[in-house]
Each structure stands twice: as C-alpha cells, then as structure tokens.
Design a protein around this ligand. Structure first.
Ligand code: KG4
Ligand code: ZN
Length: 352
C-alpha cells in the first residue's frame, strides 16, 4: 500500500470542532496546521454540555475549520494523501457532523478514508515531535474516560483497567460544579489549586490500594458535596480562612486526591509489566500538577522510565492526534460503510 505522507484529520466527538493537516516525514510527524473551534463557552452557560447544542455548533464550524486548516497548511485537496476522522466514541450528533463531512470529502476528492478511535487517537499526541517506542503503559485521562492500557505496538494493546464510575475529568468537572465554578472544571480547579493547600481537606483516594488497575472517583464527589453542604449550613468554616482561601484549599485537595490515585496506579502498572515508557493522554494530562507529580515519582523510583506527556494544547481534543494516529494505524475503509459509533471503547480495539 502507498504510504501516506500528508493526512487531513477531522475531530468532532464532543464540543470541539477540529481539523489539522499533519505530515509524516519518515523521521517523525510534523503539524502543518491544527485548528480548533471550541463551543465550550456556549456550553459553559448551561454548566455542562447539551448534546444537541454541541451538534448545532459543530455544524456551524465544520466547513470553516476544515478550510482554515488547509489554508494554514498551505495545502490544496490534491496535496492530501488521506483523510482521517474520529468515528467514536462521543456524542452521536457531534460525531455525525465530522464523519459525514469526512465521507463526502473522501468521495469527492477521491482520498482514502481512515477511521480513528478517539481514545486511541489521544495517545498519538505523544508522537507529534517525539518517537516513543514499545512496550509502554498508557494512561488515558479525559472527560469521559480514565483507562490504563499496555501498548505492545501500534494499535496493539492490552486493556488493564479503567474507571468504574466517573472519569478523572468528570471528577474535576462535577466537583467544580458543586463549588459553583464554570465548565470545564479541570482548568478552573487547577488554577485555584495553585494558591491552595492540598492537605487542607482529608479527601478519599478511592481504590488507591486495590489489587487491580481500576479507578473510582464518585466517592470523591460525594465527599466534596458533604464539605460544601456543611459550608452552606455555616459548619466547618474557620475564622482564619476566608471564602476565597477555603475554595482554593478545597480545589488543591481535590486535585491532589485525583492525581495521587492516577500516579499510584500508573506506577503500579509500570512495575507490574516492567516497561520503561509511560504515555499519558487526554484533557486531564494538560494538568501541570499531574505532570509534575508523575515526573517526580518517576525520577525518584523509576529513573530508567521515560515519561511522555504532550504539551497542554495537544492533550485536549484536537485533530492533529487523529491524523497522526492514522499514519500509524493506516486502515482505510469504504466511505459508504463508515458509521459514527458513539459507544466505541478501548476494549473494542484491544488486541496484543
Ligand atoms: O480529552 P478531552 O479534551 O475531551 C474528552 O475527550 O473528554 O478532556 C476534557 C476534560 C474535561 O473534563 C476537563 O475538565 C479536563 O479534561 N481538563 C483538565 C485540564 N484541562 C482540561 N483537567 C485538569 N486540569 C487541566 N488543566
Ligand atoms: Zn478527548
């Protein structure tokens, strides 16, 4: 099969409309453009994502975003070797916009169409500007997923475990909401946490010592709800801390609780499977405290291990990692047969 050199990626799984043109030089992957239009500010007004609203925003943005990605890359459709698109998981209305657009472009421009699992795609942000090798433990921390996998090659991995209830991103978003903070909660909590004391509140670290690679974050949400309820009743507010300070302290305590569990399970997976590379991916990987904690744990206990964390703008949803994933998992399909799949999981593609 002819090896593609330039791929247009399209990603519309949630509230970001993204298109990117990525080039594989044979010595690594380079972004020629990476355009993201987010409707998060629209969703913020409602305190979370309203699926139909997100789909309508996708429809408004998709053509301008694809055009802009080609313009910035100084590419014409003729220069493209293939089109990659997120097939799932995600919100069906949002996914359909990207998938149907990609099917039309692939048919009209006569370019191969490569579907990409959004969850696997996230990991490929680590291949932009770097070249990780295998085997590697992968930690995916996004808004809807928290999973640990053992990669043995491109598209080859074993599923180790995942969250039994809320994802790490969801834990940030839901606790932020309890505190009356805007959506998405992760960046807001982490900003407040910079000025807070992570030991101020004793929050649970669910399943941190469990004998598996699973996670559970819903207990954390309940613990935070109980602190906030007490505040509302005027209980537990100390004379020495003002409202702003106690919110910062609670934010820092929430962030620390989430990070402690993520770091502990990731290190356990590395030790169990004796690998020397870690790939972190997903929106929560943009969290600087998570990056610092993982770096320091690795440096202290596992100095031979190489830790890959993409720069924050490549952690949150974008199409550059979708196009990059397609280079390394190049399996074109007949555009007429591709269906958006909102329920696609990591297990779906799991094989070793
Ligand atoms: O991967 P992503 O962009 O979308 C999904 O595929 O879900 O992840 C979005 C999640 C949201 O829950 C958001 O709060 C979280 O990533 N997030 C962060 C940070 N930036 C985004 N969480 C913690 N710290 C951050 N700096
Ligand atoms: Zn994502």
């Amino acid at each position: 099969m002819h090896k593609p050199q330039i791929i247009l990626g399209i990603e519309t799984s949630c509230d970001e409309t993204a298109a990117a043109v990525v080039q594989n030089t044979g010595h690594g992957v380079q972004m020629l453009s990476n355009v993201v239009a987010s409707s998060a500010s629209v969703q913020a007004k409602y305190g979370g994502i309203i699926p139909e609203q997100a789909a309508r925003e996708q429809l408004k943005s998709i053509i301008p975003v694809v055009e802009e990605s080609l313009r910035q890359a100084q590419c014409k459709s003729d220069d493209l070797d293939a089109i990659a698109v997120t097939e799932g998981p995600g919100l069906i209305g949002s996914l359909l916009v990207g998938v149907e657009t990609a099917k039309v472009l692939s048919t009209v421009w006569q370019k191969p169409l490569v579907p990409v699992n959004h969850l696997i795609g996230h990991f490929y942000a680590n291949w932009i500007g770097s070249i990780p090798t295998f085997p590697a433990v992968g930690l995916l921390v996004s808004g809807g997923h928290t999973d640990l996998v053992l990669f043995t090659g491109h598209g080859r991995f074993k599923y180790l475990g995942g969250t039994r209830d809320d994802a790490a991103g969801e834990a940030f978003d839901k606790t932020a909401r309890l505190l009356g903070l805007p959506y998405p909660g992760g960046p807001v909590i982490s900003k407040l946490a910079e000025k807070g004391n992570p030991q101020a509140f004793k929050l649970p670290r669910p399943m941190i010592d469990s004998d598996d690679f699973d996670f559970s974050f819903s207990g954390l949400k309940t613990a935070v709800a109980s602190v906030v309820n007490k505040w509302e009743l005027g209980v537990g507010s100390s004379k020495t801390t003002n409202n702003e300070q106690r919110t910062q302290n609670l934010a820092a305590s929430i962030e620390a609780a989430i990070i402690d569990v993520l770091a502990a399970k990731t290190i356990k997976a590395v030790q169990t499977y004796k690998v020397d590379q870690i790939l972190v991916a997903g929106g929560v990987a943009a969290n600087q405290q998570l990056a610092e904690t993982l770096h320091s744990v690795v440096q202290k206990n596992l100095s031979h291990v190489k830790l890959f964390i993409p720069p924050p703008y490549l952690c949150t949803d974008n199409a550059a990692y979708i196009a990059t994933a397609a280079f390394f998992n190049y399996h074109p399909v007949n555009p007429l047969n591709l269906q958006a799949n909102p329920n696609l999981s990591l297990q779906h593609n799991s094989c070793v």
